[in-house]
Design a protein. Structure first.
Lengths: 189, 173
């Protein structure tokens, strides 16, 4: 039997997480992992203005460019922090921060039932599409308020739809890790 | 029971579609809709993946679809970087030049920041540093959104009746 306690301790921890008794603890841990991931993404959006305000213009410029494939980043359509625009526009920021809020709300609401993906995503997308298309054809002028509201709505609904799927996938990864670790432990002993 | 089918080929199909949408001028506008092109690539990778399953194979899971979507994103980043280099070498920066000409023809009604953004994109060119940076950015973004596309594909294509895997019994301490 191995003298190192770490593999045995980690194996016991993983097995406990997979057991029925640890169900709520495992769910909470998975939500924390998801929340940390989304928080990291939201923090990345705040990084370029903070770097720019500290005087590192070149680094900030490179950070802004790294987000350019996913957003137009127009100054007049972006939120500002410390006098500099965020990494993405106001609508995109509202989507991502709305997703963060949605994950929090989903955790608190303790929903376990998966929702119908496509209909809900289409409902969430509709106000945003109407805002964008009607602005493009001149029917209505999109402003900061409409961009924030429609973006947040889409982000929050997307979180409710995607969170249970992400949790299910993370749960499988943990079970696979536990089974692999168990197999390696049994092979060593 | 047979083992699950390989993920690489479906991910390759999804990655090629993703890279094509992201790279071809004007078609890449689809990604303005919350990276819809990248999400679609992950979704289509899961579609091809589920077609490889037979009644003898265990059903695919959320983790499988997330992995297929993420792998499609990685493949898309590689293929997309190569494709964009080829496009720019052969055709030049067609899309940005078109947009610049279009906005310039509209006179002074276009905000200055739009013109500056387009001019900056054109002047950035295709230096090795920019290519490497674009590759790593695509790697992160395409994998992330590919994963989400894969999960959306799972929620639509998952088998209606899945076999419940027995819970893993904890080892006695």
């Amino acid at each position: 039997m191995s003298n190192c306690p770490i593999p045995l301790a980690s194996l016991s921890f993983f097995s406990y997480l997979c057991s029925n008794n640890a169900s709520s603890m495992k769910q909470n841990l998975l939500y924390i992992i998801l929340l940390l991931g989304v928080s990291l993404w939201c923090a990345m959006l705040l990084l370029p203005p903070m770097v720019a305000s500290s005087g590192h213009e070149v680094t900030a410029h490179q950070l802004y460019r790294s987000f350019s494939p996913i957003c137009h980043q127009f100054e007049s359509r972006s939120l500002h922090v410390l006098g500099y625009k965020l990494a993405v526009c106001a609508r995109c920021s509202a989507i991502y921060f709305g997703f963060f809020v949605g994950v929090l709300l989903f955790w608190v609401s303790s929903r376990s039932k998966k929702l119908n993906t496509i209909p809900l995503l289409l409902i969430a997308l509709a106000p945003m599409l109407v805002d964008v298309v009607s602005d493009a054809i001149g029917l209505h002028t999109s402003n900061l308020f409409t961009r924030l509201v429609t973006g947040s709505f889409f982000g929050i609904i997307s979180a409710f739809v995607l969170s249970p799927l992400i949790i299910e996938a993370l749960s499988e990864i943990i079970i696979k890790q536990s089974n692999n670790q168990k197999a390696r432990y049994e092979f060593k002993t | 029971m047979n083992s699950k089918p390989d993920k690489l080929i479906p991910a390759l199909y999804g990655g090629i579609i993703m890279a094509f949408i992201s790279t071809v001028p004007f078609l890449s506008f689809i990604n303005c809709l919350c990276c819809a092109g990248i999400l679609f690539g992950g979704f289509i990778a899961v579609f091809f993946y589920k077609n490889n399953f037979t009644p003898d194979t265990p059903p695919f899971s959320a983790g499988d679809c997330m992995a297929v979507g993420a792998l499609a994103g990685v493949i898309s980043a590689v293929i997309g970087t190569v494709l964009s280099m080829i496009f720019i070498q052969i055709f030049g920066d067609v899309m940005n030049e078109f947009l610049l000409d279009f906005f310039q023809s509209m006179g002074d009604s276009i905000p200055e920041e739009v013109m500056e953004s387009l001019e900056e994109s054109l002047s950035a060119g295709s230096s090795p540093f920019m290519i490497i940076m674009n590759f790593f950015t695509s790697l992160i973004i395409d994998s992330l959104f590919g994963m989400l596309g894969g999960l959306i594909g799972y929620s639509i294509f998952k088998p209606k009746q899945q076999m419940m895997t027995p819970p893993t019994m904890p080892l006695p301490l």
